[in-house]
Design a protein around this ligand. Structure first.
Ligand SMILES: [Zn+2]
Length: 245
């Protein structure tokens, strides 16, 4: 049986708080590269979307130029047919030329309708593109800001870690080495790295299971080191920290 005082238990509980705070910060720092790369890929996705929109608009432009050139070709043909009309000899040739001109005019009119619809679509797409470009510029600024915030957070976390390390050194020197050894051993066995937990109303706050009445009674004497029979964490009576004697 390892003897322990209320004060030593309180110190171990405080050491646990220091280490838990350290573990929280460390796991946050571990996730940092992922958070940064999420920001980058967010921006890349946006840029890709913008490129798609731009190439769609270019495609519409190409289509527009092609229709315009079809119209010019038709107009040239109409001009030629009209010249031909003046020199035709027979009524049959005359009717045939008229029909040719008529067909060309119908075709040109269809092309012009298509051009109008296309111009409207291009206007809409340009508005969409402008909006997306604005959004993108804003996002670039936001992401830059988010990165700077993260960087600042990291610097603060680093300072906190240094402070916690100093706190640990100061405090751990105040209890017997054997207690620190036990504490570290128990901590290493726990997935969440929590070595010591209070027992509240006969329930271990580390694993939320009941502590046998006999053990709970002994716990309230706060004179020897006890561990939870279930999770094996060091346990102490939760009221003892509040009422040091
Ligand atoms: Zn437990």
């Amino acid at each position: 049986m390892v003897n322990i005082t209320r004060e030593q238990i309180a110190t171990l509980a405080q050491l646990q708080r220091i280490l838990s705070a350290r573990d929280r910060i460390k796991s946050k720092l571990v996730n940092l590269p992922e958070r940064l790369s999420t920001l980058d890929s967010d921006l890349q996705r946006f840029a890709h979307d913008l490129e798609n929109e731009e190439s769609h608009l270019k495609e519409l432009n190409r289509r527009y130029r092609s229709l315009e050139s079809d119209v010019q070709v038709n107009l040239g043909k109409i001009q030629k047919s009209q010249q031909k009309l003046r020199s035709v000899k027979t009524n049959k040739e005359y009717q045939s030329s008229l029909k040719e001109i008529d067909d060309l005019k119908t075709s040109t009119s269809k092309l012009e309708d298509e051009i109008l619809a296309l111009l409207e679509e291009m206007d809409r797409e340009e508005a969409v593109l402008d909006h997306k470009k604005d959004e993108y510029s804003k996002r670039v600024v936001e992401i830059q800001q988010e990165k700077e915030n993260l960087q600042q957070e990291v610097e603060e976390d680093q300072k906190t870690l240094d402070r916690l390390k100093a706190d640990w050194s100061n405090l751990s020197g105040q209890v017997e080495a054997v207690l620190i050894q036990i504490f570290n051993r128990v901590k290493a066995q726990q997935k969440d790295g929590v070595a010591i937990a209070p027992a509240k109303n006969a329930i271990c706050q580390g694993c939320n299971l009941n502590i046998p009445p006999q053990l709970y009674n002994e716990l309230q004497r706060c004179d020897s080191l006890k561990t939870c029979p279930n999770c094996e964490r060091i346990i102490y009576w939760e009221n003892q920290e509040r009422r040091p004697e």
